[in-house]
Structure formats: structure tokens, C-alpha cells
Design a protein around this ligand. Sequence first.
Ligand code: DOR
Length: 431
Amino acid sequence: MSNESRQGSTVIKGGTVLDQRGEQRLDVRVEGGVITEVGALLRGDHTLDASGCMVSPGFVDLHVHLREPGREEAETIETGSRAAARGGFTAIVAMPNTEPPHDSLAVVQMVRRLGAEAGLCEVLPSGCITMGRAGEVLAPMAELAAAGVQIFTDDGAGVQDPLLMRRALEYGKSLGILLAQHCEVSRLTMGAVMHEGGCCARLGVAGWPSVAEELMVFRDIELSRLTGAPVHFLHLSTAKSVDLVRGAKAEGLLVTAEAAPHHFTLTDEMLNGFDPIFKVNPPLRELTDVIAVKRGLADGTIDAIATDHAPHASELKEMPLDQAPPGMLGLETSLALSISELGLDLQQVVALLSWQPAAIAGVAHRHGRALEVGAPANITVFDPDLTWTVTSAGMASKSRNTPYAGRSVRGKVRHTVFDGNVVVLDSEAQR
Ligand code: DOR
């Protein structure tokens, strides 16, 4: 199919174009990797049926764990890219906590190359802020930036040392790159299994207090103010974190933030049965936090929905709660959970999934662009009304750790066009 669409034109027919400019019933013709015409009743060599669907700029996920190199039993760049394409993503930022991590040119180039070979979406490797993500010595940020890395993070861990973070921000500013922080003061979360609150007290397990996140959000807002460098906050999970970012934005500081679907759909009460499927870092919080994250997404405080897709092999996720690794799948359920749970109009949902994260990732010239003649053909076609039931067996991901199995959701990706190729057709990956 993808080769077919390369030879000749493909018309995405009968759908409603939804982009930065609004909604309009139009067909879109794609040829040679770009949009060649947008208009009524177009014809082409091939047709992609979009009736009943929205035709939008491709989605961009700022936060994906692809596990390769090092944990290929849980996911590979190819299987993760396939899950991404099925979720409507045409670009994903690969997190650096692989083995070895993204602190050298060799690893970053390998991740990008394997992404390009899979050809299902663009894989944008992040770079480590510190060597080995150990928080002690800065990674070769200039070298990685020169190779095209635009987002740097030690995700999985926060940079604990405020002086090192200050230096990283100063250095990053001179390089024109973005630092993204996993906000967790690790001294406050040692041994933690879940959110520190009523449920945690009842279960008698060690808790991860909200303040461990909020202290670092506050610190990095102040370091951004001090250095004039932009900072991006990964997976915000608490009400006060959202308030801090809202205040920083009101002051005109250079901060952006993302939230993960599990932080606006699930609470710590899910852990009542000690099921590690609900263990994630930062942990599921309380209803007041869920409401605050939703409000932050609605009022523009939070710029992007990012999945924190974190596949884990079943034998690890089935260990007892205190030993199981944190993390849950996200790529293939993100759109549906966003449509079903946020109560936003579709344009706001797509803004949070597409052009806003594209701008943060520095790829707005290739992804998330309005569907105009000449724009690269990175396009998502989704049915906003289709109701379906999530199953773990139905995932393209190599892992099965979705906390949503059995849940009925609304909204499904029907086709994904990446670089002019139809990589998902009728919800099935073509590669
Ligand atoms: O839940 C999480 N899983 N949070 C992280 O920060 C890391 C991630 C992983 O790599 O599994």
C-alpha cells in the first residue's frame, strides 16, 4: 500500500479537515510526500475513505519509551513505532533511559536510524542531560545538538543537583535546545510504590508525596527565570504543579508542560487491589489532582498530551506491587481517552496532540502543520464517534501492560499517513 501511494496520488476523501484554522469538509490529495491539493471532490490514483472522519495534522508524542537498545523483550523501535502509528502519531520523542542510554552520538544515531528503517513514524531521539542519567556530569549536549537532538532529559529521573541543572539550562540556552524535566526529588520518594495519600496509608505501602514533584517544578521555574532558558515539564501529575506552571506562564516565563492520559483518567484508588498494572511514575494521584490536570489542559496551562508510553514485559509487571516496575502503555489509547474523558472540543484535543507538541519538539515545519498545499503529508484520519473496547491483545506494542483493558472508549484512528505513505489503513498497520 505504501509503495502504491508513493507511485501516483492518493486522495483522502469524504472527511472533515480539522486543523489550526478550524473545520471544513474537504478532500486532501497527497503525492510525493506532500499535500498537492485541498478541495472538494478531488480525484487521484488511490482513494482513502474518510467518511465520518476528521482529517487532521499528524499527532506528535513528546514522551515515549521505546526500550531499544537494551530491553527489546518489552518493545523495539519498530514495534513502538507501529503502536505509535496506530495511535495516529507521525512523530514521537524517544526517551533516553535505554541501556545504554542516549548520552552518546552512537546511541542517538542508532535510534534515529532504526526509526527511519521501520518507516512508521519519525523517531526523534531525546538526549540525556547527564552522563548515564546519573545526575553528576553533563552529557555531550553540544555534540548531540549538532546531530539534531532538540530535547534533552534524564527522564525516569530528575536532575537533583540545582547547580548542575542551572548549568545545563545555561548551556542548553546557548545551544538553542530544550531541557525537559522529570520532576521528582528522589530523597522524598525512596522506596515509594504509589501516591502518598489515604489509599497508600490503608495499603500500608511507602508513599510518593506530591511535594516531591512540586518542589522540583518550583525550582526549575525559578531556574528558568534566572537563566532565561526554556524548560519543559514532563508528565505533570498534581494540582499544585499545574498551579505553579499556570503562575509561571502568567508571568511570561518560558515554561511548557505536558500531561499523560493516565493522570487525567485514573486515581490512586485503582491500586486498592495491589495490582501493579496501575503502578506508574509519577504515580496516579487523587481526584482533585485529576480535575486540576483536566483544567490545566482545558485552559492552556498544559500544552500537550504526552503518553509516557512505558512498555514492560509481563513477567516484570506481574511481580508484587513493591517490586514491579512503574509504567503503562499509552500510544494506542491516547486519542480515545482524550476524546472520551476531557470534555473538550475536537480542535482543542487535536491541538494538544498535534501542533502544540510539534512546536515544543521543534518539528512544527514537518509535523502538526495545517493541511495546506506544500505541507509534508503527515496526516491522521480518525473517527471521533466510534466506540470500541480496549483489549491488551489488540495492541501493536510488544508489551501488554495497559490499565484500560475492558474499558469502552470513543474515538479511533482509522488511517495514518506518514511522509506520504499510508502506514495505517482501516486501523491496521501496513508495515
Ligand atoms: O512510569 C514510568 N515508567 N515513569 C518513568 O519515569 C519511567 C518509565 C519507564 O521507563 O518505565
